[in-house]
Design a binder for this molecule. Structure first.
Ligand code: SF4
Length: 393
């Protein structure tokens, strides 16, 4: 056992500690034990150890972020997933909308003028937004803003558009790449477990299709991300099996960059009374266990919009090395010009990273380093923040 964990020889997780420190792949059983362990601090320390080992000495304290914006051209969707309030206007009282190509350009311009380097674009499954629409959107965006990377289209949208047009996933992706698609986000994976998907009325993109679309994208030379949605009635075993399917796909196709654990929010849905909302401890375990199980993923993201600032900061000590971007919410793209706090948000993100004791590193979408910030002189101890969030034990 490594010197770092020498006091843990009698710990119930000591065999897993040995595996982690000797860089051995963890099994399904190991992952379930990590999730079920009451010792959050040891699970976090193991994940942090693996993060540092993967990053190497020079980058061990780096936490990445990027300067991006979200565009959501339509919230109309033919599906009715029960956990989705975004595309269920009947439940939220919002009306559905579909932007013209000009409107997409106008909204993109607000962020681009403030310096964003990536547009993250996803939307509902809308027959009016078929492959022809998105080809035009992407060509227009690249014509106007050639320097901006387009990270767009979940596997769910690729499946829908391909079926609508009667073409293969490969053909669909080739056409979009030709139009300017630079990479794909990781959304739409939800939880791969069929029994959960059935309860949540998820009819779209079962695991084999989601994985096939990403594998095809990797073969075509673009990077993608992967997600897992929790708080929709899943078990620990469901989560572990989800991670293992991602790891297996990464072994085959190798193009995933980052894994992002997500949590469901319930406003506008009808599921709150029948599911368990993840606690802060659960969310930190998702970060830590994913870092340990996904040994072939370079990055794990603490998605600050979902975790909140404090928990995201703690997650940097639980294996996360990315905080996502400056602008994450569709509503931000509706804010006008200088009122949109893009530059302030960038400074805020850098502050949050450095005040948690890490070095803020601005990256582009595919993790080229754009700017390495200062490492804080007095790195704080995250234990106090952790105790405040999950309670002392
Ligand atoms: S397919 Fe996506 S956008 Fe449509 S209802 Fe389901 S989660 Fe929402």
């Amino acid at each position: 056992m490594s010197e770092t964990f020498r006091t843990l020889t009698d710990h119930p997780l000591s065999d897993i500690v040995s595996k982690v420190t000797s860089n051995e792949r963890l099994t399904r059983e190991d992952a379930i034990r990590l999730y079920n362990s009451p010792d959050l601090e040891v699970v976090g320390a193991l994940a942090n150890y693996r993060r540092e080992q993967k990053a190497g000495i020079e980058k061990a304290q780096w936490v990445y972020y990027n300067h991006n914006m979200h565009l959501n051209p339509t919230n109309y969707c033919v599906e009715t997933c029960r956990f989705c309030s975004y595309a269920n206007p009947g439940l939220t009282g919002n009306s559905s909308y579909t932007w013209t190509v000009d409107r997409v350009l106008e909204e993109a311009g607000k962020g681009v003028r403030l310096g964003v380097k990536e547009i993250h674009m996803v939307g509902g499954l809308n027959p009016a937004c078929d492959i022809n629409y998105y080809e035009e959107v992407m060509r227009s965006l690249k014509r106007e803003y050639p320097h901006v990377h387009l990270k767009a289209m979940t596997a769910v949208e690729i499946e829908y558009m391909s079926n609508l047009a009667g073409i293969t996933y490969q053909e669909c992706l080739e056409r979009l790449i030709d139009a300017g698609l630079g990479s794909m986000p990781g959304g739409g994976a939800e939880i791969f477990a069929e029994e959960v998907r059935e309860r949540m009325a998820v009819k779209k993109t079962p695991a084999p299709v989601w994985l096939e679309v990403h594998g095809t994208a990797h073969e075509l030379g673009i990077h993608t991300n992967a997600t897992m949605l929790t708080g929709i009635g899943e078990s620990v075993e469901n989560k572990v099996d989800h991670l293992l399917l991602l790891r297996e796909q990464q072994d085959k196709s190798g193009g995933f960059q980052c894994f992002i654990p997500l949590k469901c929010y319930y406003d506008g849905t009808t599921i709150a009374d029948e599911v368990k909302e993840p606690t802060s401890e659960d969310l930190l375990k998702d970060v830590a266990v994913s870092r340990l199980v996904l040994d072939n993923f370079d990055h794990i993201k603490a998605y600050w919009i979902q975790l909140g600032e404090k928990l995201a900061q703690v997650a940097f000590s639980f294996g996360a090395d990315d905080m996502d971007g400056t602008v994450m919410e569709e509503k931000i793209t509706h804010a006008a010009g200088a009122k949109t706090p893009l530059q302030l948000a960038k400074e805020r993100i850098e502050f949050l990273i450095s005040s948690a004791g890490f070095t803020p590193v601005e990256r582009d979408t595919v993790y080229n380093v754009l700017n390495v910030g200062q490492h804080p002189k007095n790195a704080p101890n995250n234990t106090a923040a952790l105790k405040e969030l999950v309670g002392s034990r």
